[in-house]
Ligand binder design. Sequence first.
Ligand SMILES: Cc1ncc(COP(=O)(O)O)c(C=O)c1O
Length: 403
Amino acid sequence: MLEAWHEVPPTAGLPLSWRDLTPGGADLSVALAQYLALPEVQIECSGTAALIVALMTLRESSARQKVILPAYTCPLVALAVAHCGLQPILCDLRVDCFEFDQERLAQLCDDTILAVIPTHLGGRIADLVPVLDIAHRVGAMVIEDAAQALGGVAQGQAVGSIGDIGFWSLAVGKGLTLYEGGVLFARDTALRQRLRQVSAAMVQHDKRWEWRRSIELFGYAALYHPLGLHFAYGRPLRRALRRDDPVAAVGDDFDVVIPLHRVGRWRQAVGERALARLPEFQQHLRALAAQRKQRLAQIPGVQVLDDAPGTQGTWPFLMLVMPTAQARDAALDKLWSAGLGVSRLFIHALPDYGYLSHLFASAEIPHARDFAARMLTVSNSPWLDEAKFVRVLGALGDAVNRG
Ligand SMILES: Cc1ncc(COP(=O)(O)O)c(C=O)c1O
């Protein structure tokens, strides 16, 4: 009975221990700066809030209005750009990849572009060298979206600290979590100071939001285990799938109003205590991913996204590109509601969400749409045991043979 209620989460979040929740306060920013080997970082109430502070800061000193984003990324990125009164411009991806098509990026970049936002998706590391070069040639800033890659490293440097500005998310499912939280950094000292000033002027304390997030964080601590996840994640997921609502199933149905408030001392203290366990947890996930990706890649036609030499990403889940959309959908028919941690990341390319379509002029984004149609994710949670992983491998193999 209990086994039937065992739910593997779609991403490997760091579980909280009851000791993390004890009363007290701490400055999480100091611990995170040390973890990332950076001089200082700034805590915001979400990754989206961190991006909004970054964009509002850049807007102050420029008349440029356009921001380039990958055509397949978190809808919140587009909502943040719109929130700031800026115009999001979509850049297509490379084939079978989440990174910008460089040629297309170069065509889109001109002196109207305020910023370019490359993304380290699902813990995989994007190559920022060409992006920085293309953006800087036209005087645009690079805001590195490391929302899904806290702890990733490229050439010895923390991802998120390679672009002009970088941010990370501490939302649920992202590894370290405050239920919702964000971290912001800029390479330039003067720009860091401006980011702090803009945030101080824009973002106020809000007791109601902080209470709500504190209760949600408490709920996460209580329910983030295979049995609790059956109720908190699995049942709502299966209800959404029965309604044929994949957007709700993955939680892509975001509110267009973005809360902005300060993060309280208790939630920061919870994060600071949990952070002490993050390096060991991530090491464990790397070891799990190393063997899982090899076995998944043996399925004919299945590509597992991996990191380039010299980079070390984080592994909350593995991203698989299936040979055809039919094979992807056949695999999901078997696996998505099976409690095995197989899921989709974002359902659509950005203009294909009804609530976002008005933000975009028509864009040529065939590769992003194809990526959305053929990609699925396999959890890298330690709770995905060998027997369950073998079931995943079997269903993926069958789907490829039939697709
Ligand atoms: C790639 C990406 N960017 C930005 C965000 C926004 O972060 P947050 O949820 O902390 O607001 C997310 C969140 O899912 C994300 O996945």
